[in-house]
Design a protein around this ligand. Structure first.
Ligand code: NAD
Ligand code: UDP
Length: 337
């Protein structure tokens, strides 16, 4: 259990933030949500109240609003911030890089200013395996070189570099950088999950929408990759495990006072076909699919070396691909979207 510290979750009503909210409550923290609801719905707050059985403190606002953030941090005696807020679509970032620079970079600078001004310098940041670009080693360790393939990946690298510079400027900054691999799945209650606006870009939500009949067919981008069945391989991680990784990261920052950068994955890769087969079992239907051209910018294989997270945070993923598909399906079939 924690000492009940108050934790600010920027983007806390989004996919990863909402699941982390529940995990923080269960671990004895007092999370507080700030979100501008640009990619989430306000009814997530009510569902979080149903899951936790407690009122959810939240505020509608933007991370670029420095004075608002500062006021929230001071008024609620915020001990640490988890920074989820940001845009995450690779294709949208290619089409509109300025939108990504503005939200992901200016948004983070706004948060930094508010934190610095209120002497709250403990931060957990949502980074991504995208910072490795086309990885030169598999499994990927944290020492692998960083490289970006699109503006979204660029923003994550710049955010990581800004965090490193802040720690040099003032040693009171304690930054935990979590490089997520492929978060999927949903809370076992079926009340919260991934709720993309518009057609999903990612495999699991697309697959789920095909299964429920919202979309006609799954396009599988390439079956000629150098992988056992020719389809792309990724390290899918259950969002519930990811939420627990945030709690572990926070506890480690409070305990050790030192920052870190860690991969958050299972350490295991599954192909697109593995996911399709497992999802078919979970939903009890066959999924219509067709092979199409490779998606531009896609890499063949990406999975983590998850050793450092185990050693440093005493955390490892526990849930299986079966759990991920069952929970995704439960959420999708509820159709709260
Ligand atoms: P999400 O879009 O579901 O959640 C992000 C939340 O932030 C949304 O509720 C949105 O309304 C809010 N938001 C966006 N810009 C904001 C701003 N300027 N001010 C206030 N609120 C703002 O995304 P997610 O999947 O929960 O991802 C959370 C973080 O994790 C993001 O930074 C993302 O880049 C990173 N990440 C996600 C994945 C993934 O596959 N889900 C993988 C790697 C990294
Ligand atoms: N993928 C696919 N069809 C889709 C979406 C994704 O075949 O509609 C494939 C994609 O080529 C990759 C894997 O599924 O091999 C995971 O893609 P996702 O976009 O979920 O994650 P990322 O590529 O960003 O790791």
């Amino acid at each position: 259990m924690s000492d009940g510290q108050s934790i600010l979750l920027t983007g806390g009503s989004g996919y990863v933030g909402s699941h982390t909210y529940v995990a923080l409550v269960q671990a004895g923290f007092k999370p507080y949500i700030l979100d501008n609801f640009s990619n989430s719905k306000k009814n997530v707050v009510e569902r979080l109240e149903r899951i936790t059985g407690l009122p959810v403190p939240w505020h509608e606002g933007d991370t670029r609003d420095v004075s608002l953030l500062q006021e929230i941090i001071v008024k609620n005696d915020i001990a640490a911030v988890m920074h989820f807020a940001g845009f995450k679509s690779v294709s949208e970032s290619v089409a509109n890089p300025l939108k990504y620079f503005d939200n992901n970079l200016a948004g983070m600078i706004g948060l930094f200013k508010a934190m610095e001004n209120s002497a709250c310098r403990t931060l957990v940041f949502s980074s991504s395996a995208t910072v490795y670009g086309d990885p030169i080693e598999i499994p990927i360790t944290e020492k692998s070189p960083k490289n970006f393939l699109n503006p979204y990946g660029y923003t994550k690298i710049v955010c990581e570099e800004m965090l490193a510079s802040l720690s040099v400027s003032n040693t009171q900054w304690r930054n935990g950088v979590l490089r997520y691999f492929n978060p999927v799945g949903a809370h076992p209650s079926g009340l919260i999950g991934e709720d993309p606006s518009g057609p999903p870009n990612n495999l699991m939500p697309y697959l789920a929408q095909v299964a429920v009949g919202k979309l006609p067919i799954l396009n599988i981008y390439g079956n000629d990759y150098p992988t056992p069945d020719g389809t792309g391989v990724r390290d899918y991680i259950h969002v519930q495990d990811l939420a627990e990784a945030h709690v572990a990261a926070l506890k480690t920052l409070f305990k050790t006072g030192s920052g870190f950068t860690v991969n958050i994955g299972t350490g295991r890769g599954y192909s697109v076909m593995d996911v399709v087969y497992e999802f078919e079992i979970a939903c009890g239907k066959s999924i219509p699919y067709q092979f199409v051209e490779r998606r531009s910018g896609d890499i063949a294989v990406c999975y983590a070396d998850a050793t450092l997270a185990k050693n440093l945070l005493n955390w490892n993923a526990k849930l299986s691909l079966t759990d991920m598909c069952i929970d995704s399906w439960r959420w999708q079939s509820n159709d709260f979207s």
